[in-house]
Design a protein around this ligand. Structure first.
Ligand SMILES: NC(=O)c1ccc[n+]([C@@H]2O[C@H](COP(=O)([O-])OP(=O)(O)OC[C@H]3O[C@@H](n4cnc5c(N)ncnc54)[C@H](O)[C@@H]3O)[C@@H](O)[C@H]2O)c1
Length: 309
């Protein structure tokens, strides 16, 4: 039975992942390289929990319990020794991940499941330098990890069937919506779908078809409004497959087919305009407006989550 959870890496994803378990009664150990990172993570976790309380998604007692459920340590041995389920959310650098798995070999319980939150590495690459392929799995959360229900699960051919079943059950127990990939593919499912849409969004912007704001509205007020409840496959059925056949025939040849990042993105990156985190990207941001916007985004996600339940 899975009881003790360890989250390695307390950054953007690790904090949300830790909350997703802690608010559902699981004891969590959060590990990072130094106390400063962990203190920052603790502050962020408390802020995120406060918003959940403000929105009525968690009670004040639930918040206090969740805070008690999370322990913080820089000691990897201490963090791993009792863990039934270890999920790593360290940076997307293969050597860092391999080096961590190597250390875990001697520190983890034999039965422990090792999950990676990788967004790009196939599991066959992750296990290349890990001796525990049978216990290894990908659980790909979405940002913010405590609010977005989807978790993509990717198994290796050596991953034990029970590891897959227990991981699916664990994700369901904490209120997530897990999906299981039957084969390896880069970008998994959701990021492939998202990238296909974003390629076209940046093409429309480049061609001057609509403003950046209007392209965003076309998604949030249009297909995106439906997508929270109706996926693209069902939409094809609801719209009529004959209609969608004609849509594909008329529109697909005109869609952007580029194989590289949009030029606009590459140009801005070269100028160190990285988006919200540097104050300017496609849009401009002041410090306060970014944190306010993220808070409003999270508030909307909590409300949507409540609605979807
Ligand atoms: N940011 C996203 O939107 C997102 C979404 C889905 C998946 N992911 C994936 O999640 C993982 C983490 O991404 P992130 O955005 O949270 O990164 P991040 O940079 O915000 O956080 C990574 C944390 O890991 C810590 N760390 C580094 N090496 C460590 C080690 N050996 N032991 C313990 N801690 C260590 C760092 O100090 C940092 O606090 C990556 O694999 C990324 O691809 C990210």
């Amino acid at each position: 039975m899975i009881k003790n959870i360890t989250v390695i890496g307390s950054g953007v994803m690790g904090t949300g992942i830790a909350i997703s378990f802690a608010i559902n009664g699981y004891p969590v150990v959060l590990n990072d390289l130094n106390d400063e990172f962990l203190e920052k993570a603790e502050r962020r976790i408390k802020q995120d929990l406060a918003l959940l309380v403000e929105e009525g998604a968690v009670t004040s007692t639930g918040k206090a319990d969740a805070i008690k459920n999370i322990k913080y340590t820089t000691d990897l041995a201490d963090a791993s020794k009792d863990a039934d389920f270890i999920i790593e959310a360290i940076p997307e650098v293969i050597d860092l991940k391999w080096s961590l798995y190597h250390k875990l070999e001697d520190l983890k319980k034999e039965s422990a499941i090792i999950a990676s939150n990788t967004s790009t590495f196939p599991i066959s690459r992750l296990v290349e330098k890990a001796s525990f392929a049978n216990k290894m799995i990908i659980t790909h959360y979405f940002n913010p990890g405590h609010l977005v229900p989807l978790v993509e699960i990717v198994k290796h051919e050596q991953t034990e069937k029970k590891v897959v079943e227990d991981t699916i059950q664990l994700m369901r127990d904490i209120g997530k919506a897990p999906i299981v990939l039957q084969k390896e593919i880069s970008g998994f499912v959701a990021n492939r779908l998202q990238t296909a849409l974003m390629r076209e969004a940046f093409y429309l912007l480049k061609e001057g078809i609509a403003s950046a704001e209007d392209i965003d509205t076309a998604v949030t007020a249009g297909p995106g409004f439906r997508w929270a409840f109706t996926g693209p496959i069902e939409i094809a059925d609801f719209g009529g497959l004959d209609t969608w056949q004609r849509v594909f025939e008329n529109v697909a040849p005109d869609l952007d087919q580029s194989m590289e990042a949009p030029e606009m993105i590459s140009k801005l990156v070269a100028e160190q305009k990285l988006g919200a985190k540097s104050g300017e990207g496609i849009f401009r941001y002041g410090d306060e407006s970014v944190s306010d916007k993220l808070k409003e985004r999270d508030r909307a996600f909590i409300r949507l989550g409540n609605l979807k339940q």
